[in-house]
Design a protein around this ligand. Structure first.
Ligand code: ATP
Length: 482
């Protein structure tokens, strides 16, 4: 139960540093005769018991002047940054960040999310907030210290777990369409419902998302991906029609076709279950993205074979190839994080094959070598990929993966291939045979690697040297030095 009585001083002065900061701001604001409030997410999070280190301060007057005066009192341990163009200032003190801004009124034009900004009252400032739960303010001036201002019933909405815009939602979302993503993000993060008028307005205004930059959209989408049950957000993105605009490849997974009495699962809902499953085991954004993308090429590879039924041959490899395009468009990073996601997608079917009793050590070694240190993540993905509704089947599959984990462990202990580097490298091959750089060198190098992974020779220099000399002989090469 959330009520005003919970709003006592111990409750919202979350740690001794923020208590100290509020004390100082209060004093300085009084000395400067400025009305001053803590506002927005920080106040919301007090009630939701989510400790936060980002504090937003609104003052009726000049925010920068107040920040400068507060920084002076805090002394050398505080770091002040002033953003004159935005009329804002930030103080970093210990691990706390405090943003100062003057109360403002905003008005929007249709083709931009950049508002015309004027000085305003606290009420104007609360009116420009996106949701009732984000519009709460607490007065910091001494004679009203701790007074809560909740003009739109944000407290009640928090109690009822509701996301709702303070004003007409069509205007709120049309003014700044990023708020549509934010509504769904808060719903997914906090487990709140979006009030139906607000929800319908997102559906009506969905096309407006096109005026928002990809960077801002992905910021919100990643917060949805990192929420406790990301499917909540994705299903709402889908229902409102935002998902086809921002992530059409995921929507393309929808549908369960039947031919000659043979059906296949709906890969959209399957993917969301995999994502929810993996969210229980990892907070790593990129492993969660691997779950989102593991079957992304199923529509592109789907075939019906009268003998085999539905097939999705090579969907892992095609999926890997689709990822750079998706990452580029969605403003996800084109760096080693993307490579990691690609690797997870390519390999996601491999552990399953290792379940077979007759599987050779060499197959296990190869997977260890290819996955390297990401082998644990890969197993986590594979286990999340079990979405059968039959508990007996789930138990059996999980048991099988236990067996695979054991095989991986045994082989790694025996052969240490996880981070293995072949004992003879390209440079050395060129030296031994007086070869110039070229494909020959690459082929000889791979042959040593394969021989070790296949267990033909041990992972040792002498054996590798002997092996490579034999190999080279067959193509007419002789060692010029050992
Ligand atoms: P979180 O800290 O979880 O990322 P938040 O909304 O608390 O979310 P910010 O995004 O820093 O954190 O926003 C702080 C406050 O600013 C919000 O609580 C809200 O009052 C206001 N706000 C932020 N973005 C918008 C927006 N697009 N439209 C209206 N108000 C906004």
């Amino acid at each position: 139960m959330i009520d005003n009585s919970e709003f006592n001083i111990e409750n919202w002065l979350q740690n001794k540093f923020s208590a100290q900061i509020f004390e100082i701001i209060s004093q300085v604001a009084d000395d400067m005769h400025l009305e001053c409030y803590a506002i927005g997410g920080y106040v919301r999070d007090i009630f939701l018991h989510r400790p936060s280190k980002d504090i937003d301060i609104v003052t009726v007057g000049k925010g920068i002047k107040l920040a400068e005066a507060v920084a002076k009192v805090l002394g050398r341990k505080a770091h002040l940054s002033v953003f004159k163009n935005f009329g804002t200032a930030q103080i970093k003190y210990k691990d706390i960040e405090v943003e100062f801004v003057g109360a403002r009124r905003e008005s929007y034009q249709r083709d931009s999310r950049k508002p015309i900004v004027e000085d305003g009252t606290l009420e104007d400032d609360q009116n420009r907030r996106d949701f009732t739960i984000n519009a709460l303010a607490v007065c910091l001036n001494r004679d009203r210290f701790g007074e809560l201002l909740d003009p739109f019933g944000g407290l009640k909405d928090m109690e009822n777990l509701i996301i709702r815009t303070p004003l007409d939602p069509d205007i709120t979302f049309s003014d700044d369409p990023l708020r549509m993503m934010r509504a769904i993000r808060f719903s997914s993060q906090l487990g709140f419902d979006i009030e139906h008028e607000t929800f319908d307005a997102i559906t009506r205004n969905k096309e407006r998302i096109n005026i928002i930059s990809g960077e801002r959209i992905i910021d919100e989408l990643n917060k949805i991906v990192l929420s406790p049950r990301p499917s909540v957000g994705f299903l709402q993105l889908d229902k409102t029609g935002l998902l086809p605009i921002i992530f059409p490849e995921l929507v393309a997974l929808k549908g369960a076709e039947t031919k000659e009495g043979v059906g296949h699962k709906d890969n959209f809902y399957h993917t969301l279950v995999v994502l929810d499953n993996i969210a229980k085991h990892t907070n790593d954004l990129w492993l969660r993205w691997a779950a989102i993308l593991h079957d992304i090429a199923k529509p592109a590879t789907k075939r019906f074979d009268p003998k085999l039924g539905w097939t999705f041959h090579n969907h892992n490899f095609i999926g890997e190839k689709m990822i750079p395009g998706i990452f580029r468009r969605m403003k996800l990073p084109l760096n080693e994080k993307m490579k990691y996601v690609q690797k997870m997608v390519t390999l996601h079917m491999r552990p399953q094959v290792l379940v077979d009793e007759d599987i050779s050590d060499s197959a296990v070694r190869r997977l260890l070598f290819e996955a390297g240190n990401d082998i644990e993540d890969l197993m986590t993905l594979c286990e999340a990929d079990i979405t059968s509704k039959n508990p007996e089947k789930v138990r059996r599959y999980l048991r099988n993966f236990e067996i695979v984990r054991q095989k991986l462990k045994d082989i790694e202990e025996k052969d240490h291939v996880r981070n293995f580097q072949p004992p003879i490298g390209g440079e050395e091959i060129m030296d031994i045979f007086a070869l110039p750089p070229g494909p020959e060198v690459g082929r000889l190098k791979s042959s040593v690697k394969d021989a070790i992974l296949d267990g033909v020779i041990p992972n040792e220099y002498e054996a590798a040297y002997k092996y490579i000399v034999e190999k080279a002989k067959k193509i007419g090469l002789k060692p010029v030095k050992k």
